[in-house]
Write a protein that binds this ligand. Structure first.
Ligand code: UD1
Ligand code: UDP
Length: 381
């Protein structure tokens, strides 16, 4: 069978590595993968670095859409993806997560009756102010095969009318839902073995094992609303100073640009002068894993980074009002602190003083990508 895989944003490029690896190792005789990069992310350290490092085949097509408003960016992608699908005539399109690249693939494919395979289906924040919530709901509801990484996601789909049990043939009117495990758990296991030996990020930044905070911030409401951005950076700065603890913050370009406009000048100056507060450009995935494995605690508004903290058995303060990965909070390994200075400081205290934290194996067996390939072959070819 021929599949067209759409990638565009950093986390999708990384997620796609798991399926490409499974195809190369086990399904090279039965699955041909055509990779389309929409160009949503384009800086070297937001895109190319992952191809170089993770063994993902270079894209067959790059739409080079770049940045723009949601409407313009998504529309340009839809037109480009439609042309490619009409030319390639694949058995399915494979979409990851909840970005504008995901939505564009879902619209382009479903309108011309190319079956949609959605990996990371069923996740919900129940907050439609988030662009990602719109993207994931719309993608799920035109999909034919939906692979949920979690039980909660599988249940969310049933709550929206998807049937847990139904018979072939599957199509957009009779979709099949699965609880498949998480392809990012596959990737984290696979790359964790080499992350320490292949990177120097810890020594390069003079960090000490289990003695620094790893932080990332890029969610649009956190970067675009000055009050939230200032509360987040104030909390990080205060925790760092009070505990004489390094904070390492590989900064998404969106946040880097908005710091200049939205952060209070005095706080910005203090951060720059601090020997503990280290802002660096985005890092590679292997570097990120090394940081996650060696930090004391993670503080993030990223979906992927929340989960990777859990994979590497680190506590996590979630810098959002809610999370789609509710199991992390239910297990007690993560706390939601919003962009609230007081809650963030309390969550830091609570999580760093906890003993006997539990990290149960709830994201599959590390073979989600192989399972997805088998099901695609069984049901779509
Ligand atoms: C997108 C996804 C988000 C995901 C994130 C992962 C949507 C709606 N959002 O958010 O779900 O968590 O990717 O990182 O799809 N920029 C650069 N260089 C780049 C890419 C972006 O400078 O290579 C800057 C541009 O100023 C751009 C801004 O970042 O306008 C936002 O980029 P965009 O892709 O629109 O959204 P993200 O915030 O990255
Ligand atoms: N990541 C990375 N380098 C960085 C920051 C994040 O490789 O500097 C990885 C991270 O390990 C995870 C993914 O990017 O696998 C998460 O992407 P991001 O936080 O941009 O998006 P989200 O998961 O919130 O959609």
């Amino acid at each position: 069978m021929k599949i067209v895989t759409i990638i565009g944003a950093r986390p999708q490029i990384i997620k796609a590595a798991a399926l490409s690896r499974a195809i190369k190792n086990k399904f090279s005789n039965s699955i041909t993968e055509i990779i389309v990069h929409t160009g949503q992310h384009y800086d070297e350290n937001m895109s190319q670095v992952f191809f170089d490092e993770l063994g993902i085949p270079e894209p067959n097509y790059n739409l080079n859409v770049g940045s723009g408003s949601h409407g313009k960016q998504t529309a340009t992608m839809i037109a480009g993806i439609e042309d490619i699908l009409l030319q390639e005539i694949p058995s399915a399109i494979v979409l990851y997560g909840d970005t504008n690249s995901t939505l564009a693939g879902a619209i382009a494919a479903s309108k011309i009756h190319v079956p949609v395979v959605h990996i990371e289906a069923g996740l919900r924040s129940f907050n439609k102010a988030m662009p990602e919530e719109i993207n994931r709901i719309m993608c799920d509801h035109v999909s034919t095969l939906l692979f949920s990484p979690t039980k909660t996601g599988f249940q969310n789909l049933q709550n929206e009318g998807f049937k847990a049990k139904n018979e072939k043939p599957f199509n957009a009117n009779n979709p099949k839902i699965y609880h498949s495990g998480d392809v990012m758990f596959d990737n984290s296991l696979y790359f964790s073995e080499v992350a320490d030996e292949k990177t120097t990020i810890i020594s390069k930044n003079n960090l000490h094992k289990n003695n620094f905070i790893l932080a990332t911030i890029h969610r649009n409401n956190n970067t675009d609303e000055p009050a939230r951005l200032n509360a987040l950076f104030n909390a990080l700065y205060k925790i760092s100073e009070a505990n004489k603890l390094d904070v390492l913050l590989p900064l998404h370009p969106r946040t880097a640009k908005l710091l200049e406009f939205n952060l209070e000048a005095e706080l910005h100056q203090k951060m720059k002068a601090s020997k503990h507060f280290k802002i660096i450009p985005p890092v590679s995935f292997l570097e990120m894993i090394a940081l996650e494995k060696n930090c004391k605690i993670v503080m993030t508004d990223s979906g992927g980074v929340q989960k990777e903290a859990f994979y590497f058995e680190k506590p996590c303060v979630i810098l959002r009002t809610e999370t789609e990965w509710v199991e992390l909070v239910e297990c007690g390994a993560a706390m939601i602190a919003d962009a609230d200075e007081r809650k963030i400081m309390e969550a830091y205290k609570t999580l760093t003083s906890k003993t006997n934290m539990k990290f149960p194996k709830i994201y599959g067996d590390g073979k989600a990508a192989e399972f997805i390939c088998e099901e695609m072959l069984e049901n779509l070819s």
